[in-house]
Write a protein that binds this ligand. Structure first.
Ligand SMILES: Nc1nc2c(ncn2[C@@H]2O[C@H](COP(=O)(O)OP(=O)(O)OP(=O)(O)O)[C@@H](O)[C@H]2O)c(=O)[nH]1
Ligand SMILES: [Mg+2]
Length: 309
């Protein structure tokens, strides 16, 4: 399946919602008036684009209509598209540095998809012929260690693991050691999403980061915050909390297929200024895709042909 079709399929719930709303609001007249633009703003809020960004987008539409006099559905759609692409213009997908150890530190609250995404990434890099290693630095739950080991078997990737309750930084230490010895291209570190307190969690991440900079100062490090798109505006709270505690370099939005609120990717970028690097569009191993702004926006907004006129 092409990447465009993957995104279209993954974001179908959101797109259907936006398309139905467009048709409901503008079908009779074929153009937008003031009240209809207010309704459109609400639709964007309901798709979780965030109030601030929804207001910004509809203001841009009003301004454009004032200037051009064109309030057609097509014009409104094209201004929305442009506004969204503008927000995402700095997004760059994940790029490994050749000839170096690349370390991907997966962080995020529990259940967002860190372990699954680590497995999916391992598969992708293996398919590209890279030497991959995973570290089971979520030592909080026995099941977590088992889960990453299963992904290791499934993707033919070695997993460095210690016992439940052991120090995650020690796992990372050993994993870096092994990565150096094996000439590894990519080390993927799966971390815990839940500890006894939020402070414990943040302290643990800081410690892991210290070990990485001490033991692998020349490595290329990406700290990827995994966010569950179905958690709505709470995603923004999480993103802010992690960005404060550790230097996040990019976002992975998972479960974009889960509900009609895929617009949350836009709200999180608006709020944090962090680039979305990858999109999780389903549970399958091939459902992780590089985040492509154009394809994302075209999958989120109605297909012009699907609009009644
Ligand atoms: N539909 C859908 N489900 C996903 C996606 N990514 C992950 N999941 C599911 O989300 C659930 C939680 O994923 P995990 O990888 O265990 O999450 P985690 O962040 O490691 O969770 P903790 O280890 O508890 O912190 C699993 O059932 C995954 O299959 C996605 O892109 N789409
Ligand atoms: Mg996990």
């Amino acid at each position: 399946m092409s990447i465009f079709n993957k995104f279209k399929q993954g974001l179908q719930k959101t797109r259907d919602f936006v398309t139905e709303s467009f048709n409901r609001i503008a079908a009779n007249l074929g153009y937008f008036d003031e009240d209809m633009l207010d309704e459109l703003e609400m639709v964007l809020v309901q798709a979780d684009c965030g109030i601030e960004f929804a207001t910004e987008l509809t203001e841009a539409i009003r301004e454009n209509i004032r200037q051009t006099g064109d309030s057609s559905v097509e014009n409104v759609l094209s201004i929305l598209r442009k506004g969204m692409l503008d927000l995402l213009k700095d997004v760059k997908s994940l790029e490994l540095q050749p000839g170096k150890l690349n370390i991907l530190l997966m962080v995020g609250v529990n259940g967002t998809g860190k372990t699954t995404t680590s497995g999916k990434l391992a598969k992708q890099f293996q398919d590209q012929g890279k030497k991959v290693l995973m570290a089971a630095a979520d030592t909080f739950r026995a099941a977590a260690i088992e889960q990453i080991k299963v992904w290791g078997e499934r993707t033919n990737t070695s997993v460095i693991a210690h016992k439940i309750g052991s120090d995650p930084s020690a796992v990372v230490f050993d994993a870096i050691d092994a990565a150096k010895a094996r000439n590894t291209d990519v080390l993927i570190i799966d971390t815990a999403g839940r500890l006894h307190t939020k402070q414990n969690l943040m302290d643990e991440l800081s410690k892991i980061r210290r070990i990485i900079s001490r033991e692998a100062p020349d490595a290329y490090l990406e700290t990827l915050l995994v966010i569950d798109a179905t958690t709505g505006q709470n995603a923004i709270v999480q993103a802010n909390a992690f960005a404060e505690a550790t230097e996040v370099t990019g976002l992975i939005m998972t479960k974009l297929d889960g509900n009609a609120k895929g617009g949350v990717a836009l709200a999180v970028v608006k709020e944090t200024d962090l680039p979305v690097k990858l999109a999780g569009l389903g549970e399958g191993v091939d459902d992780l895709q590089d985040f492509n702004p154009e394809i994302f926006v075209d999958s989120l907004l109605p297909d012009p042909e699907s609009l009644k006129s």
